[in-house]
Ligand binder design. Structure first.
Ligand code: TMP
Length: 195
């Protein structure tokens, strides 16, 4: 039987990576083989994005890079699913729609265009879980963690959050209040996945 494709979305500091690790442990101990993966990937295009070497490119070019990285990633994801492995993915196409249409420097990429370029290079996840959190709380967590990407700006993340909520409504994502204690968030996630 083909594996499931489960995506976790949310602004920086929402707690996706910790949650994904916990979910993976629980599924593995229930005998379900999982792979944990993330975008930007660790492939050549993902590493280029992560290197910061593309700081000065236009937002549309940046959106194309995230999407190109995803095109390669999708082939891997489909391969894992065909092997019967459940894929837990930290960010997928909704990240590009939410972030690149939020206009970090005042320039926005249109949502329609972002959807159009993503459609041919993505597969629809079985479930997408949106970890929803207020950007102030997210930033506090990011602060504790130390690292700051250029996207970690409260006001900008507020717009990203609104975009996420809009996409979630359109696409039927499951929304979890990520400001709650971690064990509650995990419990709710496992309940959704059990369905
Ligand atoms: P990460 O912190 O989850 O590793 O992601 C790195 C940053 O990249 C994060 O601030 C969100 C941003 N990002 C986009 O702007 N667009 C995308 O399509 C993806 C996948 C990430």
């Amino acid at each position: 039987m083909a594996g499931r494709f489960i995506v976790f979305e949310g602004i920086d500091g929402a707690g996706k990576s910790t949650l994904i690790d916990e979910v993976s442990k629980k599924l593995e101990s229930a005998g379900i083989r999982t792979v944990v993966t993330a975008e930007p990937t660790e492939g050549p295009i993902g590493m280029l994005i992560r290197s910061g070497a593309v700081k000065c490119i236009s937002p549309n070019a940046e959106a194309l890079l995230f999407t190109a990285d995803r095109a390669c990633h999708t082939s891997e994801i489909v391969g894992w699913m065909e092997e019967g492995t459940t894929v837990l993915c930290d960010r997928y196409y909704a990240s590009t729609i939410a972030y690149q249409s939020a206009g970090l420097d005042g320039t926005v990429s249109g949502k329609e265009w972002l959807m159009d370029i993503n459609r041919p290079v993505t597969v629809e996840p079985d479930t997408t879980i949106l970890l929803d959190i207020d950007p102030e709380a997210g930033m506090r967590r990011v602060g504790e963690r130390g690292a700051r990407s250029k996207y970690e700006v409260t006001e900008y993340l507020g717009r990203v959050r609104s975009n996420y909520l809009e996409i979630a409504e359109e696409k039927g994502f499951r929304i979890i209040d990520a400001s709650r204690p971690k064990d509650e968030v995990l419990r709710e996630t496992m309940k959704i996945l059990g369905e």
